[in-house]
Design a protein around this ligand. Structure first.
Ligand SMILES: [Zn+2]
Length: 319
């Protein structure tokens, strides 16, 4: 089962066993970074449970892929598969998607109305709540009520990057499954197969992708010298003195300020998740930005910045 999902052997096994034995939890939380297959797994799970060809559920394939239910889930038009996410919330509130910052109680209440209605045409109603770590307190409290009295033939799957902001009361009522970063070999083979990338480039991209297929996809087709995220490079690679001097020269020529700005933007994303270890790097980047704005020689600024970032990495092990 779950053949279309890359990696995640352990999770596939856990869910497959549950499906085959009929011992399915009524609620789950899938935790892991972006691009490791959480949402795809949730959708495939919904497909397996609702496939109209009963025999398939007991087989390794899990789904027939051809019946009306499988087709509808594939096209995202199955009336018993519900996504409770920012897109749905934006639609409900008639706002733009970019404005959505937290999942609100109104959105959870909308879900609860759907939970209470009769099943439309499938065997299971599945609700996928994402990003669960962005539910505000009122929304989480409201969801708790549903989890306390699990409705029949309904599965709720929370999807989250981390579970720090999710109340323990919720976590104690759901089965937690951790999605690991994908292996470099898994990603590079996938890239060679699906993106017509040669072995050397696939290996390079896999190394920089931090175990995320989403990152890998973004990196495909980009010119390594100019566009690969430098921030990512500093996080994942060790640089020699000669590498740094060469890098500074290339970047000084291509536009130092744009490059530092791009690194700051990337670092800020990490800062939200790992403030303590990212703060010193952000300080270095901001200081370099000030120097560049004062027209200090770009190569000197970049040399210093890159050496400092490398030292930081050596000292702390991580950026
Ligand atoms: Zn089917």
């Amino acid at each position: 089962m779950f053949e279309s999902i890359l990696g995640q052997k352990k999770i596939k096994k856990i869910i497959s066993n549950q499906v085959k034995s009929g011992k399915i939890a009524h609620a789950y939380i899938f935790v892991g970074q972006d691009g490791v297959g959480k949402r795809l797994t949730a959708v495939e799970f919904a497909k397996i449970l609702n496939c109209n060809v009963d025999d398939f559920i007991k087989t390794d394939a899990g789904t027939c892929g051809k019946c009306i239910s499988c087709k509808k889930i594939e096209k995202n038009i199955h009336p018993d598969l519900h996504f409770i996410d920012f897109a749905r919330q934006a639609e409900l509130e008639e706002e733009c998607l970019e404005k959505q910052r937290t999942l609100k109680i109104e959105t959870i209440r909308y879900m609860q109305k759907e939970v209470a209605t009769k099943i439309h045409e499938g065997k299971w109603k599945i609700f996928i709540i994402e990003p669960a770590e962005r539910m505000n307190a009122a929304a989480a409290n409201s969801l708790l009520k549903t989890l306390e009295e699990p409705p029949e033939n309904t599965i709720i799957i929370l999807i989250a990057k981390h579970k720090e902001t999710i109340p323990q009361t919720i976590l104690s009522r759901v089965q937690t499954l951790f999605f690991q970063p994908l292996g470099q070999n898994e990603i590079s083979s996938w890239l060679m197969l699906n993106c017509s990338v040669d072995a050397a480039k696939a290996r390079d991209i896999a190394e920089l992708s931090e175990g995320s297929l989403e990152n890998a996809n973004k990196l495909v087709g980009k010119n390594e010298k100019e566009e690969f995220s430098l921030w990512l490079k500093f996080k994942t690679r060790n640089f020699y003195i000669s590498d740094i001097l060469e890098l500074s020269k290339n970047i000084a020529a291509a536009g130092a300020l744009e490059c530092v700005d791009a690194m700051i933007a990337e670092a800020k994303k990490d800062f939200r998740m790992y403030p303590q270890r990212t703060a010193p790097a952000l300080d270095l980047l901001s200081a370099s930005r000030v120097l560049l704005l004062k027209n200090v020689n770009a190569m000197t600024v970049l040399d210093n910045l890159f050496f400092d970032l490398s030292d930081l990495k050596k000292m702390s092990g991580l950026l």
